[in-house]
Design a protein around this ligand. Structure first.
Ligand code: PLP
Length: 343
């Protein structure tokens, strides 16, 4: 059954919440998850003392569904989101939602909202937000006994309207993650404490923060919501390695593309702030933009200007971007299991 598409101005959508028709809701109680349902009800009613409201016991995921040229609705590697949410849950003492059921629930939710999946060529996508939270009353500090897992979807516009302009970012004086903390999981708490840092950076005219390792403040970690990729002057792709970086699915996919498809040399290693001035290109990777180019990094007044400049992406980052988006859109052959067809 083909659903009539909603009448939206797809190409001019921003990145904001638009209520769609259906969402998925499952509940965990007495030690087990129920089967979950697809529902019209967008409201969450919680006890005033719910665990999530007191001690922020919550984590989330983010992925996209979109339409390929041949008219299929697909998702990109949802199994990796399922596994990552599983890992986040374990670190937060939450009951993981089984990986196979996660993929099925995401599929069902997208299918139920097929009319909201933007058409091919619009540049827009249906953003999918799975999330889980402690739902029963908790006042003494301990994990909740009951949880809710939900999946909402919202159509979002093209990330780059009129081309990808390189960003100017700053080296932050705030830390994103502690050495043995929660930087490697997708916990809401990592974002709550980054809000002051990003509002401050925006007030100062910067698009993003470059966070350093909190122990020595000499090594590059990531931004608030994207991993770094650098390219050396001789074309080697370099990405920071650290236990407190969130393992971006986009970054892991780009590393594979660089190595296995483009035949580039890739180094996953510690990257010092000191050596950033020697790189030729810099980009931020995440689901939303795939790669956003960075043109300038400001370290306490000292400007580090990437040779790729402030007008366009550097050539290697452009090639990585074109290849991964080509795979996602079905124009290039995808590695096995990367593209998951919804319908
Ligand atoms: C979600 C996220 C990313 C990007 O991960 P993708 O799987 O590529 O979307 C990077 N850093 C942080 C801190 C994140 O929360």
């Amino acid at each position: 059954m083909k659903m009539e598409k909603k009448n939206l101005d797809w190409a001019n959508l921003g990145f904001g919440y638009v209520k769609t028709d259906k969402r998925f809701v499952a509940n965990y109680k007495d030690g087990a998850w129920d089967d979950g349902v697809i529902t019209d009800d967008d409201k969450v009613v919680l006890n005033e003392c719910a665990g999530v409201l007191q001690y922020a016991q919550t984590c989330f995921e983010g992925l996209k569904a979109y339409t390929t040229e041949d008219g299929h609705i697909v998702m990109f590697r949802p199994d990796l989101n399922a596994q990552r949410m599983h890992d986040s849950c374990e670190r937060l003492e939450m009951p993981p939602f089984p990986v196979d059921k996660f993929v099925q629930a995401v599929t069902d939710t997208v299918k139920a909202n097929a009319a909201w999946v933007p058409p091919f060529g619009s540049g827009a996508t249906l953003y999918i937000r799975p999330y889980m939270f402690g739902s029963n009353p908790v006042i003494g500090v301990k994990p909740a006994d009951e949880y809710q897992f939900r999946i909402l979807t919202t159509p979002v516009g093209p990330y780059f309207k009129g081309g990808a302009k390189p960003l100017t970012i700053k080296v932050s004086d705030f830390d994103r993650a502690a050495p043995h903390g929660t930087g490697h999981i997708k916990a809401g708490l990592n974002y709550a404490m980054s809000l002051h840092a990003i509002v401050t950076a925006h007030k100062e005219g910067y698009a993003e923060n470059m966070y350093l390792d909190p122990a020595t403040r000499t090594k590059v970690e990531e931004t608030g919501g994207a991993n770094f990729l650098f390219v050396t002057k001789d074309g080697t792709v370099v990405t920071p390695k650290s236990n407190s970086i969130l393992p971006s699915i986009t970054r892991r996919s780009l590393v594979y593309v660089a190595k296995e498809i483009l035949g580039l040399k890739v180094e996953e290693r510690e990257v010092t702030l000191e050596e950033v001035k020697d790189f030729a290109e810099c980009g931020l990777c995440g689901t939303a933009a795939v790669i956003s180019p960075v043109g300038k990094i400001v370290d306490h007044g000292k400007e580090i200007c990437m040779p790729s400049g402030m007008e366009k992406m550097g050539p290697t980052i452009q090639k990585l971007y074109d290849t991964l988006t080509g795979i996602q859109m079905g124009k290039l052959e995808a590695p096995k299991g990367w593209i998951y067809t919804v319908e």
